[in-house]
Design a protein around this ligand. Structure first.
Ligand SMILES: [Zn+2]
Length: 165
């Protein structure tokens, strides 16, 4: 098996210069586009609210990041980005009974872990963050469950055909 190196990719522009220009740009834009709602305080608040979004946009992202899903966090002036991939749903029931489903998503919060993990949760229940070995174990258990479900399906089919399996 070949190891693949995943290289994050940045937006390629100067975030500091953009953020420095933001208050004046937002002030002018709000004044010209929506003069009836303009106040200097509102323009300043909008510019401040945009800073975390710009950090998320300009951050170095991974090929598996879902566009717009990564979240910029701020704590005591330090900014960092939590990376999130697409949500993958497996709906196990079709609406004839209470819904049961699993959701999986890759993510990486560098303030919480040193490496990405896969978050797996039941659609209405608890979430587990799985590293590589834990994910491999979960895959094995799911494969066992699929085998068991096939056996149980065989029993249903035999019953419907009048057999006593
Ligand atoms: Zn990302």
């Amino acid at each position: 098996m070949t190891q693949q190196t995943i290289t994050p990719q940045g937006a390629g522009f100067s975030l500091d210069r953009l953020i420095a220009a933001l208050p004046e740009v937002v002030d002018v834009a709000l004044k010209e586009a929506v003069p009836e709602q303009y106040t200097p305080e509102k323009a300043a608040r909008i510019a401040t609210d945009m800073v975390p979004r710009l950090h998320a946009l300009a951050a170095v992202h991974y090929p598996w990041c879902e566009s717009g899903a990564c979240i910029a966090h701020e704590d005591e002036g330090q900014m960092w980005v939590e990376h999130l991939g697409a949500l993958h749903h497996a709906v196990l029931t079709d609406g004839l009974s209470d819904p049961v489903g699993l959701v999986a998503q890759i993510g990486f919060d560098p303030e919480a872990t040193d490496f990405p993990t896969v978050h797996v949760w039941e659609s209405r229940g608890n979430c587990s963050n799985l590293d590589g070995p834990a994910l491999e174990a979960a895959i094995g258990r799911l494969e066992e469950l699929v085998g068991t479900l096939r056996q149980l399906h065989g029993h249903l089919t035999a019953f419907q055909l009048g057999g006593a399996a």
